[in-house]
Design a protein around this ligand. Structure first.
Ligand code: PEP
Length: 249
């Protein structure tokens, strides 16, 4: 944890949740929320407005999972940052490896989306992380440093932007880097944030994501420069998500 930084536990529901079960999950998270961590649930776009309404005035905020870089236009099927904000979202996940992979999103695309999010008053949660080959070839830090340099727009620090380090090979696999490797990567990201955003970089939140579960959360969340977690699979089970939040203090 970084001194002076409030931890964040964000749940990425991915393409899971119809109205009834999504609302039930959100209510269970809200009812069980306690402790100091800021909790965020990121449901599919179809549920953002309903959850924002249900969670208004509670300790749980709502985020989107992606947004377009334009505020409006001829982009069939896309959702813009002002639309997410209008629906009640406060955060948006950007550059998730599933989008970088399946939709070939590049660092400049992610950066433009983050700019659009900030302009709409959303706080971007920008994901970075190396594929397994780069970890095996000992160039994980180099790859992630390049993503950090190219994915974060100028206003990221002032907007209180969040970076999520998510090694691609750890997402949904049950595998995680060693705690030493997580700490080393987060220290490198911290140094880059301090250099890029001198006023805010020391306290911007850096989340770890990739197979965070109740059993490994306490160890990961105690590492220096780990200011919370971005949680996929375990965020779909309220008691697991809440146990991870409790491990944040
Ligand atoms: C994710 O998809 O952002 C993620 C971290 O997934 P999981 O926790 O399931 O590995």
């Amino acid at each position: 944890m970084t001194p002076g930084t409030r931890p964040m536990i964000a749940g990425n529901w991915k393409m899971h949740g119809l109205a009834a079960d999504g609302l039930a999950l959100a209510h269970a998270v809200k009812d069980g929320a306690k402790g100091q961590a800021e909790l965020v649930v990121c449901p599919p776009a179809t549920l953002v407005a309903a959850l924002a309404g249900a969670l208004a005035g509670t300790a749980v905020a709502v985020g989107g999972q992606d947004c377009h870089m334009a505020a409006k236009g001829a982009h069939t099927g896309d959702v813009s940052a002002p639309m997410l904000a209008d629906a009640g979202a406060r955060f948006v996940i950007l550059g998730h490896s599933e989008r970088r992979g399946a939709y070939r999103e590049t660092d400049p695309t992610v950066r433009a989306k983050a700019e659009a999010a900030i302009a709409a008053g959303l706080i971007p949660i920008v994901c970075v992380g190396e594929p397994e080959d780069d970890r095996l070839l000992a160039r994980a830090e180099e790859v992630v440093a390049a993503q950090v340099a190219a994915s974060l727009p100028e206003g990221f620090g002032a907007a209180g932007g969040v970076v999520a380090y998510e090694p691609v090979w750890a997402i949904g696999t049950g595998r995680t880097p060693t705690e030493a490797d997580i700490a080393a990567m987060h220290a490198m990201i911290r140094a880059r944030l301090v250099a890029a955003f001198p006023g805010q970089g020391a306290t911007l939140r850096i989340l770890y994501g990739g197979s965070v579960k109740p059993a490994n959360a306490a160890g990961i969340l105690a590492l220096p420069n780990v200011d919370g977690a971005l949680v996929g699979g375990a965020s779909l089970v309220a008691e697991d998500f809440l146990a991870i939040a409790a491990a944040a203090g």
